[in-house]
Ligand binder design. Sequence first.
Ligand code: BTN
Length: 258
Amino acid sequence: MIALGGGVPCLWLDQVDSTNDEARRRAMNGAQGPLWICARVQEKGRGRRGRQWVSKDGNLFASLLYRPVRPLSQRAQLSFVAALALHDALTHVFESLSGRLFCKWPNDLLLDGAKLAGILLESEQDWVVMGLGVNLLHAPDDSERPAISLQKATGLAIDRLDMLKALSRSTQIRVAQWEEEGFAPIREDWLARATGLGSDIVVRLEENELRGRFCGLADDGALLLRPRSLGLEGQAADPHEGMIRITAGDVFPALKGA
Ligand code: BTN
């Protein structure tokens, strides 16, 4: 066990199935948190929507176990808290990233338009696990969702522990802000760093796709889409705004003319 800034402990493992799974096991065994679990490699790293998260030595795999005070109904907001904390940490360590690093709904970080990091929020009973994967050295090949590593983008070798210390500090600050002030300031700061806001997007859902303009975030973090075709407006649309609220999906920029 090592201590990160602010006295938050971190269990640093050589190898694990998934740092989220280890955090979950510890929560079930009564660990109160806050507690970071990190690993050099993950054998079964997991991403959103059941995807695999390729977890090679050199990247950062970190999960924070913590027991929120705010009610269960607000927990999904924590993925925006985590994205902002990671944005804060990265731009603190690498000032040159400002203006190149953006938050992508629901919880990715894009650097120069490619995926640098992903967040997997899991929650049960009174605990949450905020799992963050950051491509420090390697980026997986994925033509549909292009990825990038910090080393490729900055030319710098990054120490994982230094990155984690910065992340732990910024997470403490953002979590405290959320616990004390609620979602409004988190939402505002996230939107100020969002990619694609006001532009045309395609949202891929489990069974179909929606097209429209990305108009903002609802109070609970749902993406607000102004549909392009009238045919979409009947589905779960907010009658006041004419917007569709989307709570889960993959976002892509709409190709011009498509
Ligand atoms: C995504 O973009 O789909 C989310 C990826 C989250 C990956 C991290 S790595 C640390 C933690 N452990 C996991 O198994 N997943 C998360």
